[in-house]
Design a protein around this ligand. Structure first.
Ligand code: KG4
Ligand code: ZN
Length: 362
């Protein structure tokens, strides 16, 4: 397999990102540059991402950010072997910006294009910091998604569980809002929870009776909002934040534990690897709880370096590089897809696994 040097572009939500990643003939992964232009300041006054503001901000910054990524890598367009751009799922106005930019570069330079599924990017993100061969069991937890997936190889994912309502990051964000914390809520809630007592406020345990690997956070959200209304002191807010964080971590761990048990039977005698990825993988309480469960089940535990948990283009470049190395690329009319499940078969076969009310979580 020849060495791949790929420009990655990510514009599916509120980060305009570009990166250059090299995938060696020996499988070695090197991030040559990774630039992330955050739009947090533009969206903060609205308490969440405003799609039209996001799309315009991508248009304004994509050129400079892509050039910055090339210059940080010490490379020019002529050194690339391919271009990879997020083609969905996400806010389609933004997706179109990065994808169109990627197509333009591919066309002008005669390079192959990969239209990357953003979730496939998260799925390979742990490889940016560690040697991680396929197959592995993946918990993908971000602002838009919450899924357990068996990842058997490049583009080969089987879904073992998903959320029936909110994604884990969405739960962090919404509960953070009821606690009066600024957007994005996940990191703010983690900071507030520091030193809090997670046992002061009992919160409901969701889907306890169910034997599947699906998640639900709506009951937790409602319970937390009710408690938050009656809080008066800073110490109480801290304790509620700690309780919410612990409850989310516990549910992620319980469902991952169940998935690990089934996965271990399927993969008996082979290496057992558990990976967590996505923005929520940056949470220390979540990482700690998952490490504990994985160790107890005899799985290795890998999480991406913190910078590659939240949205970035290095993971998109790597997903593209892996495909290019196998001779896979996409035509220049590849569409932008607001919804794009990683595992199309599971999505259409199981009606509880279709996209949620408020967006594509599956
Ligand atoms: O992967 P990501 O950047 O974007 C999506 O593809 O959704 O994930 C963003 C989500 C947000 O909901 C954010 O609040 C959450 O990840 N998040 C965290 C932390 N850092 C980011 N949640 C809990 N603790 C954190 N430290
Ligand atoms: Zn993401």
């Amino acid at each position: 397999m020849p060495t791949q040097t790929v420009l990655g572009l990510e514009t599916s939500c509120d980060e305009t990102a570009a990166a250059v990643v090299r995938l060696g003939a020996n499988g070695k992964v090197e991030v040559l540059s990774s630039v992330v232009g955050s739009q947090i300041a533009a969206h903060a006054p609205y308490g969440g991402v405003v799609p039209e503001i996001a799309a315009r901000a991508h248009v304004e910054s994509i050129d400079a950010i892509a050039l910055q990524a090339l210059s940080d890598a010490g490379l020019g367009f002529g050194d690339l072997t391919g271009v990879a751009a997020t083609a969905g799922p996400g806010l389609v106005g933004g997706v179109m910006v990065g994808l169109a930019f990627g197509k333009a570069v591919a066309l002008a330079r005669g390079l192959p294009l990969v239209a990357v599924n953003h979730l496939e990017g998260h799925a390979v993100s742990a490889k940016l910091g560690a040697d991680l061969p396929y197959p592995f069991l993946l918990l993908l937890v971000s602002g838009g998604h919450c899924q357990l997936l068996g990842v058997d190889g490049v583009g080969a994912c089987r879904r073992l569980g998903t959320t029936i309502d909110d994604a884990a990051g969405e739960a962090f964000d919404k509960i953070a809002k009821t606690l009066g914390l600024p957007y994005p809520g996940g990191p703010a809630l983690e900071a507030l929870a520091e030193g809090g007592d997670p046992d002061r406020f009992p919160l409901p345990r969701m889907l306890l009776g169910r034997k599947d690997c699906d998640f639900s956070f709506s009951g937790l959200k409602t319970a937390a909002a009710r408690i938050a209304e009656a809080l008066t002191t800073e110490a109480e807010r801290r304790d509620l934040a700690a309780a919410v964080q612990a409850a989310i971590a516990r549910q992620l761990a319980e469902k991952s534990d169940r998935a690990m048990a089934a996965y271990a039977v399927e993969h008996e005698g082979r290496g057992l690897r558990f990976v967590v990825a996505g923005g929520v993988a940056a949470n220390r309480a979540v990482r700690a709880k998952l490490t504990e469960i994985a160790t107890a089940r005899g799985f290795s535990f890998t999480a991406p370096p913190l910078a590659y948990c939240t949205d970035n283009a290095a993971m998109i470049a790597l997903a593209g590089a892996e495909r290019l190395a196998l001779g896979m690329s996409d035509p220049l009319d590849a569409p932008a897809r607001p919804r794009w499940p990683l595992d199309q078969a599971a999505a259409s076969a199981n009606p509880t696994h279709v996209a949620g009310r408020k967006g594509a979580k599956a």
